[in-house]
Write a protein that binds this ligand. Structure first.
Ligand SMILES: C[S@@+](CC[C@H](N)C(=O)[O-])C[C@H]1O[C@@H](n2cnc3c(N)ncnc32)[C@H](O)[C@@H]1O
Length: 419
C-alpha cells in the first residue's frame, strides 16, 4: 500500500519533532482524507500515535507565533482562541510561497496533509440546495449562525491586520478562516487532554487544541481507547521515540486490530446533529441522537433522546402550561362544577404534547426523490438525521399514549368519571 508523499513528509516531521507513529499503521487515501489502517496486526493496548505537548497547536502557541511574526498588530490581544489558531493556520497558506517563511510557522507538514475544502462535508460546506434540504431543523439555523460568527471573526482579524500588514490582510480570505475553523470543529481536542489526568470532558476554561497525528483516526462509537500522558523518563506508552525532555500524549487502542482493518478513535457520544455540524458525517441509527424541544415562547430548551429519554421535564412543562390555561386562577368566575379535574388536565396535557410532536413530525424535511440536488454523502447524512428525529418524536407520541392509558386506568380505579 503506497502512501502519498505528503504522508511521508508528515511521518518524518512528526518523528523529528519527538512524536511517535506506530510502524504497523498506514494512511489510506479516501475521498474525505485518510483512513488509518493496520499494515500488520496490532496487538491490544498498543500506542498508535503520540504527540509531544510542544507540538500541539494551542491558542497560546498561536499567540506567541503571531506576536513574533506580526509584531505590531492592533487588537491581536483581543482575539479569541479561534481567531488566534485560525490565523496561525491560515498564515501557513498565505505565506507558503514566501522565500523567508517565518520559522514560527512550524506546522506545514501537518497542515499540508489535512483534507482540502473540496473534501470537507460539515454543514458550512453544504451547497445552497443541500442546506435548504435541512430547512426546519436545528442544523439549518446553527449552520447559518456559524457561518455568520466565523465571518465576523475573520472580518475583525483582517481589520486588525490592515494597518501594519496590508499584504497579509489582503490575502487572508474568509475561505481560509472557514477551512481552519472547520479543522478546529472536526479535529481539535479539549485542552483537558493535555494534563496529568487526560480527559475528553471539556471544562468551562478548556480550549480547543490541535494534536498533529493524534487526530488522524476516524470515529467509531464505543471503541475502547485511552489517552495516556507520558512524562519525561516515564516507562509508560509509547515505546518512546519522543524526546525524553517533555510530556507527550498518546492514543492507546485496547482492541487488537487485524492486518488490513481500520483503526478507530472514539470521539465520545455525539448525536448526528453535532456530527453533521462539526464533523461532516453521521452514524446510522445513532443511539445518541437527540431532539431539542422548546415549549411555546419559553426560553428553556430540553434535549430528548431515543426512547423518549429525558422527556420527564418536558412533560412537567406541558402539564404546567395546560394548568395555566385551565386553572381556576385564569377564570374570573372562580371554581365551578365545570372546572377540569386533575385527571382531565393531565389528559389534556397528553393531547397537547401529542399535537406538538405531530406538528414537528409533519415539518421534518422530506428527502428529495431525485439525487441531483444532494451529493450522496449529504443525502446519507440527511437520511440518518431524519430517521433519528422521527424515531425520537414517535417515541414521545408513544410516551403520551402510555400516559393517557395510565391516567384513564387510574381515574377509573378511583371511580372518577372522565368527561
Ligand atoms: C479527526 S478527523 C479524522 C481524520 C480524517 N479521516 C482525515 O482524513 O484527516 C475527523 C474527520 O474524519 C472523518 N470521519 C471521522 N470518523 C468518521 C466516520 N465514522 N465516518 C465517516 N467519516 C469519518 C470526517 O471527515 C471527520 O471530519
Amino acid at each position: 500500500m503506497e502512501e502519498s508523499s505528503k504522508v511521508a513528509i508528515f511521518r518524518s516531521w512528526l518523528a523529528n519533532k519527538g512524536g511517535f507513529l506506530n510502524p504497523n499503521v498506514v494512511f489510506q487515501q479516501v475521498p474525505s482524507g485518510f483512513n488509518v489502517v493496520a499494515k500488520n496486526s496490532i496487538e491490544e493496548d498498543a500506542a498508535i500515535v503520540s504527540c509531544p505537548f510542544s507540538l500541539a497547536i494551542t491558542p497560546g502557541l498561536a499567540r506567541k507565533a503571531l506576536n513574533a511574526i506580526l509584531g505590531q498588530a492592533e487588537g491581536l490581544q483581543k482575539w479569541n482562541e479561534r481567531q488566534l489558531v485560525c490565523t496561525y493556520v491560515s498564515l501557513h497558506w498565505i505565506l507558503a510561497n514566501d522565500p523567508s517563511l517565518p520559522p514560527e510557522l512550524e506546522h506545514g507538514p501537518y497542515i499540508d496533509m489535512l483534507p482540502n475544502p473540496l473534501q470537507l462535508r460539515t454543514s458550512v460546506y453544504f451547497t445552497t440546495d443541500e442546506l435548504e434540504a435541512f430547512r426546519g431543523t436545528n442544523i439549518y439555523g446553527a449552520t447559518i449562525d456559524r457561518i455568520n460568527t466565523w465571518r465576523s471573526e475573520w472580518e475583525q482579524c483582517v481589520k486588525d491586520l490592515q494597518t501594519h500588514h496590508f499584504s497579509i490582510a489582503s490575502q487572508y480570505s474568509p475561505d481560509h478562516y472557514q477551512r481552519a475553523a472547520t479543522y478546529l470543529s472536526s479535529r481539535a481536542f479539549p485542552s483537558t487532554l493535555l494534563s496529568k489526568q487526560p480527559t475528553l470532558i471539556s471544562q468551562p476554561d478548556s480550549y480547543p487544541v490541535l494534536l498533529p497525528g493524534v487526530d488522524t483516526l476516524n470515529h467509531a462509537r464505543a471503541q475502547p481507547v485511552s489517552w495516556v500522558v507520558s512524562h519525561p523518563n516515564s516507562t509508560t506508552h509509547p515505546p518512546s521515540s519522543s524526546k525524553d525532555s517533555e510530556p507527550s500524549i498518546s492514543l492507546v487502542l485496547h482492541n487488537e486490530t487485524p492486518a488490513g482493518a481500520e483503526l478507530f478513535n472514539n470521539y465520545g457520544l455525539k448525536p448526528n446533529s453535532e456530527l453533521i455540524l462539526g464533523y461532516g458525517f453521521t452514524l446510522p441509527n445513532n443511539p445518541d441522537d437527540t431532539i431539542v424541544l422548546k415549549i411555546g415562547g419559553a426560553d428553556v430548551k430540553w434535549e430528548v433522546g431515543r426512547n423518549a429519554l429525558g422527556i420527564e421535564p418536558v412533560w412537567e412543562a406541558v402539564k404546567a402550561a395546560v394548568a395555566v390555561q385551565t386553572g381556576p386562577e385564569t377564570s374570573d368566575k372562580g371554581a365551578t362544577d365545570e372546572d377540569v379535574s386533575p385527571y382531565e388536565m393531565e389528559l389534556w396535557a397528553t393531547e397537547t404534547l401529542t399535537e406538538m410532536v405531530e406538528g414537528l413530525l409533519s415539518r421534518l424535511p422530506v428527502i428529495p426523490k431525485t439525487s441531483e440536488k444532494l451529493r450522496p454523502e449529504v443525502r446519507t447524512m440527511l437520511e440518518h438525521y431524519v430517521e433519528g428525529q422521527q424515531s425520537i418524536l414517535q417515541s414521545i407520541v408513544q410516551f403520551a399514549q402510555d400516559k393517557e392509558s395510565s391516567i384513564i386506568e387510574y381515574a377509573q380505579s378511583q371511580g372518577v368519571k372522565l368527561v
